[in-house]
Design a protein around this ligand. Structure first.
Ligand code: PGA
Length: 268
């Protein structure tokens, strides 16, 4: 199957949220490095996103490997009186990717679409690739507002971006109702075809801004309760470039199995 005009290497991202402690994070990084050594960088881009305090240590654990490091968040201002927050500048030299607009940030920290758009600008200015999360809540789904919601979330981000900037962005479609409550607590999942339809919408909104051939370069991922057992149908859909994994990514063997599934789906 021809997956797209341009070959986009699949991306598998581990979002460790607030699950792992310092020593556990470093141990998990070493284990994932070992378990994915033959696939990392060549068959899949693998990104680990630990919590801020252990970024430097996990970075050390990844030296000499082809695994990439990402942060889970950054502030929308370049600096200022924001106790407890972290700016793009403070992350310079440490990371290559950063998650922005995660539904847990939007929900528990009141982050708006405008703030997310500014975070994307900060990330791009610092040379990072932002992983921009979008998705509808249960209520929005029940009220049939999914398409309008996802379209608006993407539009607000892309409207200020040049073709070059947008091609460095990744989007993760994560239906909020599908995100797990923790490792081993996976929730319901959408029909993969339905999710792929939303992911095509994300690319279409990008295409409206930068043209369809440039938008082919934008990577669009799925996220929400993905495990090695459930991931295959999502990444087998055309135009889906990988997954953002929360709870299941904290278990190295499970995460490595997800990477293998994604690579196998992309090869077939
Ligand atoms: P989950 O989290 O895999 O635990 O559902 C995904 C995410 O929130 O990025």
């Amino acid at each position: 199957m021809v997956r797209s005009v341009f070959h986009r290497r699949p991306v598998v991202i581990a979002n460790w949220k607030m699950y792992l402690g310092a020593a556990e994070s470093v141990r998990a990084a070493h284990a994932i490095r070992r378990l994915t050594a033959r696939l990392a960088g060549r068959d899949a881009e693998i990104v680990l996103c630990p919590c801020f305090p252990v970024l430097a240590e996990v970075r050390g654990a990844l030296v000499g490997s082809r695994l990439q490091l990402g942060a889970q968040e950054l502030h929308h201002e370049p600096s200022g009186p924001y106790t407890g927050d972290v700016s793009a500048n403070q992350l310079r030299g440490l990371i290559r990717y950063v998650v922005v607009g995660h539904s847990e940030r939007r929900r528990f920290h009141g982050e708006t679409d405008e703030m997310v758009a500014r975070k994307v600008q900060q990330a791009l200015r610092a040379g990072f690739s932002p992983i921009i999360c979008v998705g509808e809540t249960t209520e929005e789904r029940e009220e049939e507002k999914t398409i309008a919601k996802v379209r608006r979330q993407v539009e607000i981000v892309v409207r200020e971006l040049s073709r070059l900037s947008l091609s460095r962005c990744l989007f993760a479609y994560e239906p909020v109702w599908a995100i797990s409550a923790g490792p081993g607590m996976e929730g319901p999942q959408p029909d993969p075809a339905e999710a792929a339809h939303l992911m095509r919408l994300v690319r279409k909104v990008a295409a409206d801004r930068i043209g369809s051939s440039a938008a082919e370069r934008v990577r669009v991922l799925y996220g929400g309760s993905v495990t090695a057992k459930t991931v295959r149908p999502f990444v087998s859909e055309p135009g889906v470039d990988g997954v953002l994994v929360g709870g299941a990514s904290t278990k190295p063997a499970e995460f490595a199995a997800i990477v293998r599934e994604v690579v196998a789906a992309c090869r077939s």
